[in-house]
Design a protein. Structure first.
Ligand SMILES: [Zn+2]
Length: 678
């Protein structure tokens, strides 16, 4: 799943770090020429030109790690969801089943007094279960139980489309089991990584102390966690290598998988976790299972139990009493630079979105999303698809044979807009008004079991991978579809009050971005049915790689923070999508202007031509402030470039931009070797 804004891992961090405590309905952050800094030459630094005044007038709120339009929008969505949940939590005779679920989950989270009074008690039974484990076989049963209630020690187990037969869902086991957001934090010895490891140890020491361990014992436990996670990290594949689906394509029989690492007791695990009797699965990183097998054998049982306890404790901490919440927040604070924890009601709204997202989402779209928005979006998607079709047709470097295949794939791309047509049914999840952690565990177990039940079944193409209030969008290669939740269909991305030029620079570019993902370094390897299957001629494949390398090299020279440069290979797919998306969105706008008999579309507004307003609308979306800590974290983990380069990296490759602003060859926004893939 390739998203527009941030990768799922960071989504967790980001949703846990959002927003200031302002109530009431704030207006959506729309497009305005007031954000422009007219003292800057647009051909010198377009990002600074489009965002200069916004940057001068904006501050990162203390409970944020960054400030950018989609975070502002998320803030606004939180307000709306807050209103829905407060009402649902208040109870009353009119409450239906959905309001009961979301209202009681939210209410149990807001009942801080009773959560604080319980202290460590809610997590004690789980810690006792682990303590009672008497051998390594029984430990794997316990890990299966822990995986069901949420935390993911040691490895990940999930279901997904078969890479070679997208219509069929199969089981996957994958590397995992780390607390810090990337393997680099464990194996790299630069000052930043050493510091973050120490913070992990401090945080773990504090949390173990809170469960009743002596300070000495807790410090020893924390060291054990670091030792085991460092061993797991050493055998994990890095993010850049994981981008190539071929590196994650290792389908084998269940017995072959079990034989890779006898100490994982995989067959026993599959039984304990309640998996169906499947015969084949994808082991995404066989080396991980082979190498870590030795670790499981050599590490004492008590050390492994300490490691599993840590994952259980750390996952529960945000939903326990205040000292646990504070200790857990420290780690996030040091990783992202966020100064303050967000208000409790925001954490509780985010929790409800995470656990019962399609129940809360139903209420959210009732309030926010009308059929009119969907119609206008469908029309734009259609226009953008036509524009990409023409772009493919006009490519000088691609043979007719591959072009025909590319068009078949483009035509097969489906779209989803707003919200799912079939809502997830949460009726079997037991939600109690006075049992926060129990609610979280039961909702997690519902989701884990739902995922496991899909194994060896046909793919449900109606399913969504994001909840409706999410301010994001994605392309999925196995579904071969683009998806736009209701949450992103608002200003500054999509504004009914604005001219088409600004909207094509906003949501038009998002649509173009997602469509281009179907043809980026990853997407191009999948066929129209979503299977990993090469449909390119050898020569065209080479021509693609050459052009993709141009983008990778270009972005590798951009400095994210201090002297830290972007990883051009990690961000290649997103940068390709940004470049292609901008080109086809602008082409679509030009068609609209050409087709407009009234001449209205071509007129200047506020002194700017439609092409200039397109680029200004695009720039506005990425006006951004980041704390240095989160900027560093993102370079390592985020396949998306920072806002400044999502704008300048794209426009300097576009002759259309240079024409719109009258830039000259020697100016910074005119790349000497402009890259062009799509
Ligand atoms: Zn993307």
């Amino acid at each position: 799943m390739r998203s527009f804004l941030f990768c799922p891992l960071l989504l967790l961090l980001a949703t846990a770090s959002l927003a200031q405590s302002a109530q009431g309905n704030k207006p959506a952050p729309g497009f305005s020429i007031d954000t422009i800094d007219k003292t800057i030459d647009p051909c010198g630094d377009f990002y600074q030109y489009a965002c200069g005044n916004w940057i001068k007038n904006s501050e990162i709120p203390p409970d944020q790690s960054q400030w950018v339009s989609f975070v502002e929008l998320h803030e606004r969505n939180l307000d709306i969801e807050h209103g829905i949940l407060e009402k649902a939590a208040a109870g009353g005779a009119s409450r239906n089943a959905i309001d009961q679920k979301v209202g009681d989950l939210y209410g149990s989270c807001m009942d801080e007094k009773s959560v604080d009074a319980k202290g460590v008690a809610p997590i004690k039974p789980e810690l006792d279960r682990i303590a009672a484990v008497s051998d390594k076989r029984a430990l794997i049963d316990e890990i299966a139980h822990v995986h069901l209630i949420g935390p993911s020690p040691l490895f990940n187990f999930y279901s997904q489309s078969d890479l070679h037969n997208a219509d069929q869902v199969i089981a996957y086991i994958d590397q995992g089991g780390l607390t810090l957001p990337d393997r680099d934090y464990y194996i790299n010895d630069d000052a930043d990584k050493v510091e973050k490891r120490q913070i992990l140890v401090d945080c773990a020491t504090q949390l173990f102390t809170l469960t009743g361990q002596s300070p000495q014992q807790a410090a020893k436990s924390a060291q054990t966690v670091l030792v085991i996670e460092t061993l797991l990290a050493a055998d994990s594949m890095d993010r850049t290598k994981r981008r190539d689906p071929k590196n994650r394509d290792h389908k084998m029989s269940r017995d072959e998988a079990a034989a890779l690492g006898p100490n994982f007791y995989l067959n026993r695990y599959f039984t304990a976790v309640g998996a169906p009797r499947f015969t084949q699965l994808n082991v995404t990183n066989p080396d991980f299972f082979k190498q870590v097998d030795g670790v499981l054998e050599s590490e004492p049982l008590d050390a492994l139990k300490t490691y599993v306890s840590w994952h259980v404790l750390n996952a529960a901490a945000p939903w326990l009493s205040q000292p646990f919440v504070d200790a857990n927040f420290k780690l996030q604070q040091k990783l992202t630079g966020q100064e303050q924890i967000q208000a409790r009601w925001k954490r509780c709204v985010n929790l409800t979105d995470r656990e019962l997202g399609e129940a809360l989402g139903q209420r959210y779209v009732d309030v926010t999303f009308g059929p009119e928005s969907k119609q206008r979006m469908l029309k734009m998607v259609d226009t953008l698809e036509k524009s990409l079709d023409q772009d493919i047709h006009a490519l000088s470097w691609m043979s007719d044979e591959t072009k025909t295949q590319a068009k078949v794939k483009l035509e097969a791309i489906r779209n989803k807009i707003g919200y799912p047509e079939v809502w997830r049914d949460y009726s079997s999840v037991v939600i109690k008004p006075d049992d926060l952690l129990g609610n979280v565990e039961r909702a997690n177990a519902f989701e884990a079991k739902r995922q496991i039940a899909k194994i060896d079944k046909p793919l449900d193409r109606k399913e969504w991978g994001m909840t409706p209030p999410t301010v994001n969008a994605y392309y999925s290669s196995s579904f071969n579809e683009i998806v736009f939740p209701a949450g992103i269909l608002q200003p500054p991305f999509f504004d009914k009050a604005m001219d088409d030029a600004v909207n094509f620079g906003g949501i038009g570019l998002v649509i173009g971005h997602e469509l281009t993902h179907g043809f980026d370094d990853q997407g191009r390897k999948f066929d129209p049915q979503g299977n990993l299957h090469d449909w390119w001629t050898e020569q065209d494949g080479k021509e693609f790689e050459k052009r993709a390398s141009c983008i990778a090299d270009e972005y590798s020279n951009f400095v994210a923070v201090d002297d830290l440069k972007l990883n051009g290979k990690l961000t290649l797919g997103e940068n390709t999508a940004d470049n292609g998306g901008a080109r086809i969105a602008l082409a679509a706008l030009e068609h609209m202007i050409a087709d407009d008999k009234t001449g209205k579309e071509g007129q200047k507004i506020d002194g700017y031509t439609p092409e200039q307003r397109f680029f200004l609308g695009f720039g506005r979306v990425w006006c951004e402030k980041r704390r240095a800590e989160v900027a560093r974290l993102r370079v390592l983990t985020d396949p998306h470039s920072p806002g400044k380069y999502r704008v300048n990296g794209v426009v300097q490759n576009m002759p259309e931009f240079q024409k719109a602003w009258g830039c000259k060859a020697s100016q910074p926004m005119v790349a000497e070797n402009a890259c062009h893939v799509w």
